[in-house]
Ligand binder design. Sequence first.
Ligand code: GLU
Length: 356
Amino acid sequence: MSSRVAVVKIGTTSVTDAAGGVDQSVLDAVAADVVAARAAGWDVVLVTSGAITAGWAEVGLGRARPRDAATLQAVSAVGQPLLMAAWRAAFARRGVAVGQVLLAPLDFSHRGQYLHARSTLQRLGTLGIVPIVNENDAVADAEIRFGDNDRLGALVANLVAASHLVLLTDTEGLLTADPRLDPTATLIEEVRAIDGELLALGGSSSSGVGSGGMASKLAAARMATWSGVTTVIAPARVPGSLSEVLAGRSGVGTIFHPRAERLSARKAWIAFAVASAGTLSVNQGAIQALEHHGRSLLRVGVTRHDGDFDEGDAVDVIGPEGELVAKGLVRVAAATFDHGDDVVIHRDDLVLLRRS
Ligand code: GLU
C-alpha cells in the first residue's frame, strides 16, 4: 500500500468545552476517527491546540483570560500536560500509543532542527505511534496568537510530505459568509485557487477565545496547497468526518486542491517557514524581470533595503506600493549591500508570492 500521510489539526474551540476544560468526548471521537483512518492505510500526525485555554481553566479561578505573553506561556505549561493526558486516554482505549512533539517557529527556520523534527515524526509513525504536535508555547519567542496552529499544521504537512492537511474546526467548512452575521451562508465545497477575493471572505482572525477564524485557515490552506498538499476544512464535531474526507467523499467540508505548479520542499521552506530579516524595495522593471522572465533579482532593481539582514537570510521583496511580491534568500548582507555581488537574490532562492 502506498504510504499516505495526513496531518490533522484540531482547534481550541473544538478541543475544549464552554468552561475551558478539555472536552474528552470530542477527543474520543477524533481518536476513533484517526484509528479508522490508520486502518484504511493512513499515517496520521495530529496537531492539537487547547493548551492555553485548558491551562487557564485549571488555574484561572474565573478571572478574565490574560493577554500578556509571559502569563500565556506559563498557562500553556499547565494546560499542555492536561491536553496530552486526555489524548493519551482517548487513544489508549483503542490500544494506540501517542507521543508528544512540541515545536517552536525557530525549529522550522533552523534546517538542522527541521530535519530532526522530521525524522522524529517519521519514526513515531513507523513505530505505530500517533505523534501529537503543538506549538511549544512555553518557549515561543514571539507573541502567542490563536491561529498559529493552523500555520503550524501547514508547516508540519510540508515537513512530513503529507498528501492531506485536514483542519478540523467548529464550522462545516468555508462558508460564503460569516454565519453569525448572515444566516443564508452556505458551504463552499471546492476551491481551486486561493485568490484575493477568497482571502477577503476569510476576514480577519477573531481575537476572542477560540479559533483563529477563517483567515488563518485560508493562509494555512494557501501554504499547504502551494506545497502540493490537498487541504480540507472540516467539522470537528461530526463523528467520522476525517475518515470521510480522507476517503475522498464530497460534501464533507471544503476541499482546497493543490496547486499544479507545486513548490519544491526547499522553496516552500523559504516562502513559509523562515522568518524574514528585512525587506528589499524594488522597482517595476525588477518586478517585470522576476515575474515575467524568471530572472534573479539584481541590485540595480533595488530602490532601498531595510533591516539588518545577513548573507543567506530571508527577506521580503516589496513593490513600489509596498505590496509583497516575493521572498528569497539574500546573497549580500545589509552592511555590505552596496559593494557585494550584483545578484542579490538568485532565482533558485526566490519564491514569487503573487500568484493564486
Ligand atoms: N498553541 C496554542 C494552544 O495550544 C493554540 C494556538 C492556536 O489556537 O492556533 O493553546
